[in-house]
Design a protein around this ligand. Structure first.
Ligand code: G1P
Length: 294
């Protein structure tokens, strides 16, 4: 069966960024001039996904506006002759085919995915987390879809992290099958370094068979009192094989203040229009002993 749908859970509070996220979704934070969520949506579209399903909350309206048509703005840009800006705006509002579903209570990532079940139905689907941006030669989701076509089971994307960072991620225990493909034996959500079975961390891209919904329904609250997707995958393992793909990619975790700043700097250093000035600024900043402000 074709993989046509992607679920993007975007209902979280973004507490790590309060007070900025009190009225502004963290998914709308810009990486220079493009919101994080647009990177995620474009990745889905480039992989041939037809329906993007946002699992959203009451404070997330700007996301809906972002992917909507803004006729007044388009007219204004046309009038001013700002054709490139107009093209950018038009593209993102026309190509998406969004569905918005409210997660009324914030009961965890597993619960957010379950909320999307009526829109997904009984077909395989992608889950893509709204704060991880991935840069790689090949579109990661397309690669996952290809592996799914071959193996017909759920796939999790993972990457190697340093031992000190395992505490930030779901970690898998897995057996090597072939280049970059593993069979998952077990998973643990945000373990302490001494508990972690490996350094392979779940990166926020999943492809699930619809059976995951049954498993989420019976998953009890786990880490942090939340219904964890990682725990539901563990239950899925009792019935179906789950595979992991190890990514050879650059991962940008925009969900923490440090990760967000690192993302901005790296993307800035790759932009032709600002890179040399930004580079000089950073070099001078690091080299300089700045006098304290009086
Ligand atoms: C979630 C998942 C975790 C995964 C991570 C990737 O955690 O629960 O397994 O490794 O995303 O970013 P969160 O970062 O939402 O706390």
């Amino acid at each position: 069966m074709e993989v046509r749908k992607a679920v993007l859970p975007v209902a979280g509070w973004g507490t790590r960024f309060l007070p900025a996220t009190k009225a502004m979704p963290k998914e709308m934070f810009p990486i220079i001039d493009k919101p994080v969520i647009q990177f995620i949506v474009e990745e889905c579209l480039h992989a041939g996904i037809e329906n993007v399903i946002f699992v959203t909350g009451r404070h997330k309206r700007p996301i809906e506006h972002h992917f909507d048509i803004n006729t007044d703005l388009e007219k204004h840009l046309e009038h001013c002759g700002k054709t490139q800006l107009l093209k950018n705006i038009v593209e993102i509002s026309r190509i998406t085919n969004p569905i918005y579903i409210r997660q009324k209570e914030q009961l965890g990532l597993g619960h957010a995915v379950l909320v999307a079940e009526p829109a997904v139905g009984a077909e395989p689907f992608i889950v893509s987390l709204g704060d991880i941006v991935i840069k790689s030669e090949e579109n990661v989701l397309s690669r996952m879809v290809d592996v799914y076509k071959r193996l017909g089971k759920s796939i999790i994307a993972v990457f190697e992290v340093e031992p000190k960072d395992v505490v930030k991620y779901g970690i898998i225990n897995a057996r090597y099958i072939e280049k970059d493909i593993y069979m998952v034996d077990d998973l643990i959500e945000k373990p302490r370094p001494e508990e972690a079975p490996s350094n392979l961390a779940i990166v926020g891209r999943y492809l699930f068979t619809p059976r995951i919904f049954e498993k989420i329904r019976v998953t009890p609250p786990g880490k942090g009192g939340e219904i964890q997707l990682t725990d539901a995958i563990k239950l899925l393992l009792e019935e179906e094989a789950v595979y992991a793909i190890k990514l050879n990619a650059r991962i940008y975790d925009t969900g923490t203040p440090l990760g967000y700043i690192q993302t901005l700097v790296e993307f800035g250093l790759e932009r032709e229009d600002i890179k040399s000035e930004l580079f000089n600024f950073l070099k001078n900043l690091v080299a300089e002993e700045r006098p304290a402000l009086k």
